[in-house]
Design a protein around this ligand. Structure first.
Ligand SMILES: *[C@@H]1O[C@H](CO)[C@@H](O)[C@H](O)[C@H]1NC(C)=O
Length: 295
């Protein structure tokens, strides 16, 4: 066969393959698959715009034992000790928590400051790329869905060349004799799925479960229609960021429609329950204090 004919035959064959894929349905719908992961955390498009524009309207709520902080309520200001970074504190001890949770919006040539003495830090990238480096400048690059744990009094810096958004959690470390935590980096998709007896959601833990660590970060995935079986009431406190999806969060006697980007503070013993709704997976990250006697 001569070359032009071969090329023609090949391209006809290829177009049949393409057609076949389109007929399969996966390629024909307008695709949202090429959006970066967690893009809705900083651009929650599901808020009806006529409500966002309504003077004074917000879904945010602040009560004695819980709070819901939604996108339109975020107030950013320069983070003390950091350069070229704006922060929005979403959960602080003024609410009753023993930790802080904040968004850090890093700009070009930005750099973190250190947390106060004896305070440990956890960072999770929701947008862009950051470099986490130790005191000698050795570092790792972290993209979206990656995270780092920095022990108390561990010298480090977080840097970004472009714009990046982090969620940061810090707490005063609850020291235990003969135990020390270690710094590490990781990414959610590398963490194994764990058993969740009696529950249907998928669970990953981002920190080791061993005694030195006084908190953990859980990543919980629900398909639409799935919900928590246990109507939880417990001594631990929580800081939650909804990374994907939408649903209903019950906190005490209130039932809140929630969506990606929403942050929730849960005080100890607030009744809590979640049901995932909508058409896509719900994924949230949630802080939980562990491994210490509450007394
Ligand atoms: C920083 O990390 C490098 C590479 O792991 C290591 O060789 C160096 O000792 C570390 N520096 C400090 C101050 O921990």
């Amino acid at each position: 066969m001569q070359t032009p004919q071969l090329v023609l035959l090949l391209s006809v064959a290829l177009s049949f393959v393409k057609l076949g894929m389109t007929d399969g349905g996966f390629c024909s719908a307008p695709s949202i698959l090429d959006r970066p992961m967690y893009w809705k955390v900083t651009k929650p498009t599901l808020s009806p715009s006529h409500l966002q524009d309504l003077p004074g309207f917000t879904r945010s709520v602040y009560k004695r034992d819980h709070a819901l902080i939604t996108h339109e309520s975020h107030v950013f200001s320069p983070l003390p000790e950091w350069t070229n970074t704006l922060g929005a504190y979403l959960i602080t001890p003024a609410m009753g928590s023993h930790f802080v949770m904040y968004l850090a919006n890093m700009q070009e040539n930005s750099k973190s400051g250190l947390p106060p003495h004896d305070v440990e830090r956890f960072i999770f990238v929701v947008e862009g790329t950051v470099t986490v480096a130790n005191a000698s400048g050795f570092g790792s690059k972290l993209g979206v869905d990656s995270y780092a744990y920095l022990p108390p009094n561990y010298e480090h810096s977080l840097m970004s060349d472009g714009s990046a958004t982090l969620i940061v959690l810090e707490r005063r470390y609850a020291f235990l004799e003969n135990h020390n935590t270690e710094h590490f980096v990781g990414s959610t998709d590398k963490q194994p799925l764990l058993e969740t007896p009696g529950e249907v959601f998928q669970l990953r833990k981002l920190l080791p479960t061993s005694m030195p660590y006084d908190f953990n970060i859980h990543i919980m995935d629900f398909q639409p229609g799935e919900f928590l079986n246990v109507k939880e009431v417990h001594y631990n406190q929580h800081g939650l960021l909804l990374l994907e999806g939408q649903g209903i969060y019950r906190l005490g006697d209130s039932w809140y429609p929630v969506q990606a980007g929403d942050v929730i503070w849960m005080a100890p013993f607030v009744p809590q329950w979640y049901a995932a709704l909508g058409k896509t997976r719900s994924r949230y990250m949630i802080y939980k204090d562990v491994n210490r006697n509450p007394l």
